[in-house]
Every structure is written in C-alpha cells, then in structure tokens.
Design a protein around this ligand. Structure first.
Ligand code: G3H
Ligand code: 13P
Ligand code: ZN
Length: 319
C-alpha cells in the first residue's frame, strides 16, 4: 500500500524513525521489500534524479507498482530524493510520487524559501507532501560539492522561520552527517545540541537526516580483501539514531550502505568464481543479503515490528 510520508510520520514521530532507502534496480527493490516485510517495518522508497535517469524514469515506477502487487502487506511511501524544482514538478504531475524533496539548500536563505514555497504550493494542491532542506551537509550532494570544512550546520532559529514561511511538511537538517562512504576523517558524533535546539523551536515537526549510512567496517574490510580500494571509508554510528528519533528525527536516509552490500557481494562472488558469468547467481545472493541488511537497519531505527500498528492507524483514519 502506497501512503504519504505524512501518514508514516504521524505514527513514528518521537518514537522511532522510518528508514528511507534509495533504489536503482530490480534487485535492490526485491531485497528492500523482503527486508521490510521480514522485519515488519513501514518504509520509504527514494528515487533520486540520477536513479530516474539511469534507465528511464518510468522503469522504477513500474517496478514499484509491481512490488505493491507482489507484496500486498507492505506499507510504504514513494519519495523523490534531492529534487530540483523542475524534477519536483515532473513528479508532482506524474501522480505517482506521494512525496517530493526540493533541495535548494545550496541557495541563499531567501532563494531557498522562494523555491521551496513554489514547490509546496504545487505539491499541496495535489495532496503530495514536501521535504525541504536547510543547512549544508559535507560530502557530495548530486550536483553540489561541499567539503567537510565548509559544511554548515542548520541554524535552529532559521529552521523555525524557514518552516513557517515555506509550509514544508518535513525538514532535512545538517547536524554533522554527510553523503557517501567517506564521511569523517576521524570519529564524529551527531550534533545533538543543535538537534535539541531545532526540536525546541519546531516541536512535533518531522526532521530528516540525510547522509546517515554507517559504512560498517566489516563491509569495508571484506570489499578491500576482495580487490576494492575503500581505505578510510567511515560513517555514522548507527547506535545514535534511536536517540535522534526521540528528538524529532523521523526519516533516516540510507543509500551508501546498500551500495556497499552490492559491492561486497559481487566482488566476493567473482573472486571466488572467476569462471562465472551468470548475473543471476550474485544477483540472488545480493537480494537476500540486501533484505538482511534492511531488516537489521530497521531494528536500529526502531521501525521494525511497527507495521501492524501503522496499518491500524491508517485504516482507522481512512474510515
Ligand atoms: O543523496 C544522494 C543519494 O545517495 C542518491 O545518490 O544521486 O547517486 O543516485 P545518486
Ligand atoms: P548516505 O550516502 O549516507 O547513504 O546518504 C544517503 C542520502 O542521504 C540519500 O538522500
Ligand atoms: Zn541525501
């Protein structure tokens, strides 16, 4: 069942976070649905601009519609990840996405507000919810590059003004995470002090954490042992997310960790089977490993085991 992120946030706020996972192909989609059902978790499927252009924007849409039939128990939202204004309008028009992200965080404050406001008006007219972003993460964000030194955390006062003036439904905040596999040079904690201040000014308002992969060191070790070169890859401590969810973080974005699972499975498979060329062999292993990975993540986010409660809430609201 496809729902809006608003439905999911109402159920989760202050208690746990919903995992938001990027997909690009069939194997990720299968693993994603299986892992979420194995762990009985509601979830968010994210499609980036890059994913829409990987083959054809309609391909992932068709995969998701088919998955909805194959896995009728699943409850999920379909979300555009890091949209620009034009892509947001395209997704709003398509009638398929239940939620879009307008990412104008690289613009100055007033321009970010103006762009976000336009998208909110267009989306709300069609019952679609909008995630916006304020502050800049370190690392690489699609078309935007921000080095770790220049990363700017979200200003709590600006966050309140931004939400009031744009009417957005959730806000991605910069509290020390960054995209990709090389997040920190040393170890680094989330900036809970900043998060705390943001939540005080926006009580009850869903906050989003991008760049939240934990880059498990065991995964990195196995990839490197099988011929990879990911020395120094490092991510966020996965045990910090439950605390963050009590402070209003309701959606946690994960892409890189899933890519690491894919890389490990395929590197190890072809190292052990140099004679192999049947793509379904590693593909099958990947789907299972990806499902296991998703289920384990949902345990850490607290969304595991919440599916029936969410179903009940949504059904009651619909009556
Ligand atoms: O935050 C960006 C996501 O990881 C999506 O990455 O633009 O390479 O699909 P992508
Ligand atoms: P990671 O690179 O940490 O997985 O972040 C993904 C993300 O924020 C997608 O929007
Ligand atoms: Zn992101």
């Amino acid at each position: 069942m496809i729902v809006t992120t608003r439905n999911l946030f109402e159920a989760a706020y202050g208690k746990y976070a919903i995992g938001a996972y990027n997909i690009n192909n069939l194997e990720q989609t299968m693993g994603l649905f299986r892992g979420n059902l194995d762990s009985q978790a509601p979830f968010i499927i994210q499609i980036s601009k890059g994913a829409r252009n990987y083959t054809d924007k309609h391909m992932l849409e068709a995969l998701i519609r088919a998955s909805d039939d194959v896995f009728p128990q699943a409850i999920f939202a379909v979300h555009l990840d890091h949209g620009d204004e034009e892509t947001c309008y395209d997704c709003i028009k398509s009638g398929f996405y239940s939620s879009v992200m307008i990412d104008a965080s690289h613009e100055d404050f007033e321009t970010n507000i103006a762009i976000t406001k336009r998208v909110v008006e267009a989306a709300h007219a069609k019952g679609i919810v909008v995630e916006a972003e304020l502050g800049q993460l370190g690392g690489v964000e699609e078309h935007i590059k921000v080095s770790e030194d220049e990363a700017r955390l979200t200003n709590p006062n600006n966050a309140k003004e931004f939400v009031d003036r744009t009417g957005c439904d959730s806000l991605a905040v910069a509290i020390g995470t960054s995209h990709g596999a090389f997040k920190f040079t040393g170890s680094q904690s989330l900036h809970f002090d900043v998060l705390d201040e943001i939540q005080k000014r926006l009580p009850g308002f869903p906050l989003v954490l991008h760049g939240s992969s934990s880059v498990p060191q065991e995964e990195v070790k196995r990839i490197n042992a099988a011929g990879g070169k990911l020395e120094g890859a490092r991510g966020v401590d996965v045990n910090q997310f439950k605390r963050a969810s009590k402070l209003g973080v309701t959606k946690i974005n994960i892409d890189t960790d899933g890519r690491l699972v894919w890389t490990r499975v395929h590197r190890e498979y072809f190292l052990e089977h140099p004679e192999g060329f049947d793509l379904r062999k590693p593909g099958k292993i990947f789907m299972q490993e990806y499902a296991n990975f998703i289920a384990a993540k949902n345990e850490k986010f607290g969304s595991a085991g919440q599916l029936d409660i969410v179903r009940k809430l949504i059904t009651e609201k619909g009556q």
